[in-house]
Design a binder for this molecule. Structure first.
Ligand SMILES: Cc1cc2nc3c(=O)[nH]c(=O)nc-3n(C[C@H](O)[C@H](O)[C@H](O)COP(=O)(O)OP(=O)(O)OC[C@H]3O[C@@H](n4cnc5c(N)ncnc54)[C@H](O)[C@@H]3O)c2cc1C
Length: 329
């Protein structure tokens, strides 16, 4: 008999994040493989109305922890509430979105529960020994499979990694209100206000066209033609880890395992070799166009259209061609 599979349901200002619903889709598969139930955990204030939605997306049970002091996210408090609930209910697995918040809560809850956390999984399945296999990208386009010998087995996955399950309005499940105890000394740090940063330009996750640049652009200035091309196409601009590490583009523009997952109609990769840590961030794009001077670059294994050549020659050509095509359209 196995413990439940849990999905931590991340909500912001009373709105569920898609990643939590996507994790429910994966959670259904894992719970079926173990013959256990799928449950979801909601923490906040005035959020019980979200429980039926989680049931429609696959949860058999929803634990609701409501308290006015938990209205705004506070990492230590949320992690303490989640780990206390886990201690008393002994789930087998806990899945969280690999968001900024999910990353914090998973790490803090893992430490409190003295168990392991595998971040940024690109797949999850149950082994023959009935343990959770956490699949993460490794080097040279290989994957690494990780097993945690302790329970609960905690994993995070980024938005867009798993498919959204079908919503079924007729599904039935239980909603369990859990009494929340927060003593006067807790939390030591209090969130007083939440201000969301307004994105500049087209949002990466919502763009129909994404252009992403890599180390091959050589400098921040190397991104200028990429931005020009993005302006012509109405595209969002992203990039690889080296481009972000060098601060050629903002931190939140990174595509890949440690960055964002996108699935646009058209993804244009410019001067990036195609490491799996990067390609996992856009593998579900409809059409992938890649430009690189190395014909052996792994990016061409997944590209629908590949252009081999030096960016100095190719970029001006692409800008002109797309400008003309836009004018003609
Ligand atoms: C745990 C972990 C997580 C990671 N997460 C991420 C992640 O989320 N996102 C990410 O991107 N990386 C991530 N990485 C790093 C990743 O493994 C690669 O190192 C990185 O993606 C390489 O970036 P790149 O393709 O820009 O650089 P390179 O691999 O150096 O490729 C540069 C490419 O540019 C081409 N080039 C150079 N000059 C020109 C020119 N003039 N004209 C045309 N082509 C040219 C070269 O042929 C080459 O193919 C992670 C690594 C680890 C270990």
């Amino acid at each position: 008999m196995f413990g439940e599979v849990w999905v931590y349901a991340e909500q912001r200002q009373g709105k569920l994040l898609d990643v939590s619903l996507e994790l429910l889709g994966k959670g259904i598969e894992l719970a079926q493989s173990l013959g256990s139930d799928l449950a979801s955990v909601l923490i906040g204030d005035g959020i019980e109305n979200l429980a039926p939605e989680l049931i429609c997306y696959g949860a058999d049970k929803v634990y609701v922890l409501e308290d006015s002091r938990a209205q705004l996210y506070e990492p230590n408090l949320y992690a303490r509430l989640l780990s206390d609930l886990a201690r008393s209910n002994e789930p087998e697995i806990i899945l969280l979105g690999a968001t900024a918040l999910g990353g914090e809560i998973s790490a803090a809850a893992g430490a409190r529960l003295n168990t392991g956390v595998t971040a940024h999984c690109i797949d999850l399945y149950i082994s023959k020994e009935l343990r959770l296999i956490h699949v993460v990208p490794w080097l040279e386009n290989k994957v690494m499979e990780i097993i945690c010998r302790r329970n609960p087995q905690i994993a995070t996955a980024k938005p867009g990694v798993f498919l959204m399950p079908t919503r079924d309005e007729k599904r039935e499940g239980k909603v369990l209100r859990i009494p929340v105890e927060i003593d006067a000394e807790e939390p030591k740090v209090r969130t007083v206000e939440v201000n969301e940063e307004k994105p500049l330009g087209v949002l990466l996750e919502e763009a129909d066209i994404v252009i992403s640049g890599g180390w091959g652009l050589h400098s921040a200035g190397g991104f200028e033609p990429v931005k020009t091309l993005a302006g012509i196409l109405g595209a969002a601009v992203g990039g690889t880890r080296p481009a972000v590490d060098k601060e050629w583009i903002p931190q939140d523009s990174m595509i890949g395992q440690s960055g964002k997952t996108v699935s646009p109609e058209l993804f244009i990769s410019i001067g990036a070799s195609g490491a799996m840590h990067y390609t996992t961030g856009f593998s579900r794009s409809k059409v992938i166009l890649a430009v690189d001077r190395n014909p052996e670059a792994p990016i061409f294994d997944m590209a629908d259209v590949g252009i081999v050549g030096d960016l100095e020659d190719i970029l001006p050509y692409l800008i002109e061609e797309f400008r003309q095509a836009r004018k003609a359209a």
